[in-house]
Ligand binder design. Sequence first.
Ligand SMILES: N[C@@H](CCC(=O)N[C@@H](CS)C(=O)NCC(=O)O)C(=O)O
Length: 227
Amino acid sequence: MIKDSTASRGRAAMSELTIWTLDWVPEGPRGFVRDLRLRWACEEADLPYAIRTVRFDDRETNHLDRQPFGQVPFLDVGGLKMFESGAALLHLARSSDVLMPSDPAGEAETLQWTIAALNSVEMASVPWWFLTLSGDENNQMTGWLGQRLDHMERVLSETEWLAAGRFTVADLLMADVLRIPKVRAFGDRPATEAYVSRVTARPAFKKAYDDQICFFKAADEKRAEKA
Ligand SMILES: N[C@@H](CCC(=O)N[C@@H](CS)C(=O)NCC(=O)O)C(=O)O
């Protein structure tokens, strides 16, 4: 019998999906705005989605009713609204075996590594990155981040994928956290480098990345017309 992964989770097919992002960002963050995580997951799972936007120039005042921190992304699944990219990814993953296996062990591994990407790696890399903006790459968080990255290097030198022996949403998120250029330039970690290259070579990443770049380029044109 062919197992239907959607049915096996006791869920109906995914309702209409809308990913909310900013209507424009400067050059620097393009390709890294976290709506890319949700675009990428939808591409992997073959889930159609629409994009809607929050005004960059007014994000703190017109968006707090949807996202309590005034941030993006924000996901709407047929009226069910969710913020936090990790939560939204796991929600999408529950409807697609491509993103998360349905067997208990595979699902548990996927959950643990998805949370590890956010709570053990990104929670060190983002504050470190912020401190580097004032010019100090060797700041008080450097040793801590280095340890986390060394642990990931050891894991990634022993395994190709983080969970269930194949690509899952945990790899999507870990690779998205690790692909930040400054974080990758920090130390010599060949297994991590190979892992980021492997995961971001996936056609779904390329499509999501290119779509985000095109989206913000089109936004430049609209902005220039208004100016
Ligand atoms: N923990 C949040 C972080 C979201 C986040 O940092 N979003 C950025 C864009 S990638 C943002 O909206 N920045 C604008 C701001 O913080 O005002 C998540 O993963 O969804």
